[in-house]
Design a protein around this ligand. Structure first.
Ligand SMILES: [Zn+2]
Length: 333
């Protein structure tokens, strides 16, 4: 099953006010490899919720047959919702954070423009296009496409976020992606921005996406990339671990193997995405320094902005450095 939650620009940063106990053993379930089905794995690392500092150690393993890295045991799906609480910044309605709000909003707008630029490499969006964003979060990306191109926009999210202003004129389907009653062959473009690494059944999700695409339609998937520079730097404090929300950590090879479970044609694999790799460099450094105690977003904003400035010459080469992200683009024949 798939929680279908989009990770937004701040990748789930919360204010961390609500403390909760570490999850008990009965809240977990063991899971076979999502890629090959094997029940044979070796321990890789224990991840913590470095963003909020909530207690808990979450075990990630490597499949002994195919090498996929995934969380095992994982939290049962009925318990994961608590980790996407209402303080999730992408879901906040009120804008009372002063400078932080402006900083966040400009980051979000830039992120939506980057997503737009990425998909526009592969198809020309216009009023005839029907777009589905899986794990649509705040809805800002869909609203951006709607305003700029007049597309017919639909989203799916685990949480009911239809009250958020970005959903005006956008159809939101609430619940698990593959349980939705969506039109087969109904979409020119399906996007999954940081959805699949949260998914409880990624094979079923991509096969569902395949069915929902029109012939010639495109599927664009962005996830963190395990075989990248920032994972080598930060290890268990790598932001792509994001325990316990992340169920799988995909290398390039495993993401491409997953796509082979469909008949979709591979158009391109990119060692970058719309999500800023700088965020992973900053957050990974902060997580190492904080040692699992959580980030204070209000305080982090100044070093974040300073680091962004200092690293800007390096980030010019983001697309060739394999820093953190990957995107796979597929097409239905
Ligand atoms: Zn496997």
């Amino acid at each position: 099953m798939s929680p279908g939650i989009r990770v937004s620009f701040f990748c789930g940063l919360t204010m961390g006010k609500q403390m909760q106990a570490a999850p008990s053993v009965d809240q977990f379930e063991s899971v076979n490899c999502y890629n090959c089905g094997a029940d044979d794995s070796a321990e890789l690392l224990f991840g913590q919720d470095d963003l909020t500092g909530k207690p808990g150690d979450f075990r990630f393993v490597t499949c002994n047959r195919c090498g996929l890295a995934y969380q095992n045991p994982r939290l049962k799906i009925e318990h994961i919702g608590a980790w996407y609480d209402d303080e999730y910044i992408a879901h906040r309605k009120e804008n009372n954070w002063g400078l932080l709000t402006r900083f966040y909003e400009s980051g979000m707008q830039k992120h939506d423009r980057q997503k737009d630029a990425l998909v526009s490499r592969y198809l020309q969006l216009d009023q005839q296009c029907s777009v589905l964003d899986v794990g649509s979060g705040s809805g800002s990306f869909l609203q951006h496409l709607r305003k700029k191109y007049g597309v017919q926009a639909a989203g799916v999210d685990f949480k009911d976020l239809s009250h958020l202003p970005f959903y005006e004129g956008v159809t939101l389907h609430n619940g698990l992606f593959y349980e939705q009653n969506l039109p087969e062959g109904g979409f020119d473009l399906i996007t999954m921005w940081h959805f699949l690494e949260h998914d409880y059944d990624p094979v079923r999700s991509i096969q569902t996406a395949e069915r929902l695409l029109k012939p010639g339609g495109h599927l664009v998937i962005e996830v963190p990339r395990l075989d990248c520079v920032s994972y080598r730097l930060f290890g268990k404090r790598w932001p792509g671990v994001q325990a316990p929300q992340h169920t799988v950590m995909y290398s390039r090879r495993h993401l491409l193997q997953l796509m082979e479970r469909t008949d979709l044609e591979l158009v391109e694999h990119l060692p970058w995405g719309a999500f800023p790799a700088y965020f992973y460099l900053f957050a990974g450094t902060a997580f190492l320094l904080k040692g699992g105690k959580g980030l204070n977003l209000r305080r982090a904003i100044y070093p974040y902005a300073l680091g962004q400035l200092l690293l800007s010459p390096i980030m010019l080469f983001e697309r060739s450095l394999n820093l953190a992200m990957q995107t796979v683009v597929c097409r239905k024949a």
